[in-house]
Design a binder for this molecule. Structure first.
Ligand code: ATP
Ligand code: ZN
Length: 286
């Protein structure tokens, strides 16, 4: 009988949608219609456990689940022993120290003797130690951003993504402690059967991630400009070139990465490319 890999994902919250979307893009069908704790994927040897994100590192460490999708921030804070297998590209945020906008704390040294509210006491404590700052840590589990206003703390250490929560609460960031995104973690000793399933899932995840980072480009160019245009197109191996019906013109197909996308498109136009079409890629198999 084939083994099943057990994966822990967040039951609801900021990582739920990204986690389910990634599994779907990997062709793994999971229906959680009845709000169940455990669901067997229809077409892949995967069993999905829906849990609170804080519990995921421990479940994976203790082999209650084999792998999990969780924020790096939660993993680091938990101190649990698991392997980080892959960064997943969603759930991006940072753990920062913020202070009242109009107060008198301008840098981390001014935190000496102050009170800092956070849900991340472990990470904050080691940051303060490393920087030889002595401040008291007030652990609270939610709505950390209101702590300064109600007089509970002088500063906060909390997750930030757009910064709008800080802005609304008249706080400003003075230091980032940790950059985080969702990661896939794994129990440190998987059976060989489970490892094979993990490799197969990982292969799909990497193909999906690679596709997201790349776009398919089609463009037309006069033949005498092709050399300059090829120099701007890395492609997977080399661009595909097809003659157009209009003589002296060709159609060029290639793949370009998302990173320097706009500057590359501008360079292509400047080099004589016309009728540029950009098409999303669904999967990219290395
Ligand atoms: P749970 O009920 O599972 O304990 P939670 O309330 O602790 O959920 P969420 O607010 O859903 O957690 O956040 C889950 C994860 O999403 C965070 O740990 C973090 O990795 C990521 N994240 C991304 N952006 C943000 C943000 N702006 N604020 C908070 N978390 C963020
Ligand atoms: Zn949580």
């Amino acid at each position: 009988m084939q083994e099943t890999l057990r994966i822990a994902v967040q039951k609801s919250g900021r990582l739920y949608e990204g986690s389910m979307k990634l599994l779907k893009e990997c062709g793994v069908e999971v229906s959680n219609g009845n709000n169940q704790l455990r669901v067997q994927a229809a077409n892949f040897p995967l069993e999905v456990y829906f849990l609170r994100d804080d519990d995921i590192p421990e479940y994976v460490q203790d082999a209650v689940a084999d792998i999990g999708f969780v924020g790096e921030n939660v993993l680091v804070e938990s101190g649990k022993q698991t392997d980080i297998v892959e960064k997943l590209g969603f759930g991006k945020c940072r753990l920062s120290i913020a202070v009242p906008k109009n107060g008198n704390i301008a840098d981390i040294q001014s935190l000496n003797g102050k009170r800092i509210a956070t849900s991340y006491p472990g990470i904050l404590r080691s940051f303060l130690q490393q920087n030889q700052i002595s401040a008291s840590i007030h652990e609270i589990s939610g709505s950390v951003e209101i702590a300064p206003r109600i007089g509970l703390a002088d500063a906060i250490c909390d997750l930030v993504s757009s910064g709008s929560t800080l802005f609304t609460n008249e706080l400003k960031e003075i230091e980032t402690i940790l950059y985080s995104e969702a990661v896939m973690i794994s129990h440190q000793q998987l059976s060989s059967g489970k490892r094979l399933i993990l490799e197969s899932l990982l292969f799909r995840i990497r193909s999906v991630k690679k596709a997201k980072n790349n776009k398919y480009v089609l463009l037309n160019a006069p033949n005498e400009k092709l050399k300059d245009i090829f120099a701007l197109l890395p492609g997977i191996k080399s661009p595909t070139v097809l003659p157009l019906a209009a003589s002296g013109w060709s159609s060029v197909h290639s793949v370009i990465s998302e990173d320097d996308f706009w500057s590359r498109i501008e360079s292509l136009k400047a080099a004589g490319a016309e009728g540029i079409l950009i098409i999303p890629i669904e999967k990219m198999i290395a």
